[in-house]
Design a protein around this ligand. Sequence first.
Ligand code: GLU
Length: 312
Amino acid sequence: VVDPSQLGDILARIHRDLAPLTAKGKPATYIPELAKVDPSRFGIAVALIDGTVHTVGDAAEPFSIQSISKIFGLTLALGRVGEGLWARVGREPSGSRFNSIVQLEQEHGRPRNPFINAGAIVVTDVIAEGHEPRETLGELVTFVRFLSGAADIVIDSAVAASEKSTGHANFALAHFLKAHGNLTGAPERVLGVYFHQCALAMSCAQLARAGLFLASAGRNPVTRYTIVSPLRARRINALMMSCGLYDASGDFAFRVGLPAKSGVGGGILAIVPGVGTIAVWSPGLDATGSSLVGTLALEQLAAAMNWSVFSG
Ligand code: GLU
């Protein structure tokens, strides 16, 4: 393992080498508000379990975390209903696009996994059940603030409204789930919570800190609060490895070798079990909907630090 004291130099080199490539990816446009973000933004934060955070570039600037929020929603839903969640959502990679509806029909309304949109909508339904939407959102915001130690994290309501205005594919998924009896709440209400959850705005540094419990057997190594059991942390990491990058999860495991979750805002949170976390942000996406430069940065950083769950 490479000495962490070299991290600063390695991050600076990766940032310098990859910054010219940020123009190659395409920011998401199906959520109009995301298309307004400057595509040359690029930040990396590494949080180590000793509590240190190493950053380069735009690592302190909040961005729309989008599907990265599905990690936090899943963690809360497992806390709520435990293993019973798996009666409603599967644990297999989908091999389909993040918002695909085809598979959902073939499999009678049980989404393949909690990280594709259909699965995340069911997860949102679980945490929203029996609560007013603003209570559920309050719980989510409180949770990410608690995890990251940042009291100023908020939901960007302009992004949520923007997604609601164009979110027809997600409305289709939610109604389809409802038709199959796999949604308790009204589709509009569950999606209201889902869109706001996706619109959480966090910086790379905040995200890296928030993910530390997954690198440390379920316990936040800085605050020492237990968030989930060691077994549950391991299982969430396993799901991130197999499903976190949608239909590119296999390729990402091959290239990077770390559990991770991407979002269409251009962020990716990766976990290095026992070591720390990496959060990257570059808004330009590849064809599968994950950050192009962010993936390259993770590939180069994991190689330089010899970080992989597959190395002996
Ligand atoms: N809010 C986005 C959607 O539902 C999240 C997708 C993503 O980040 O991959 O389409």
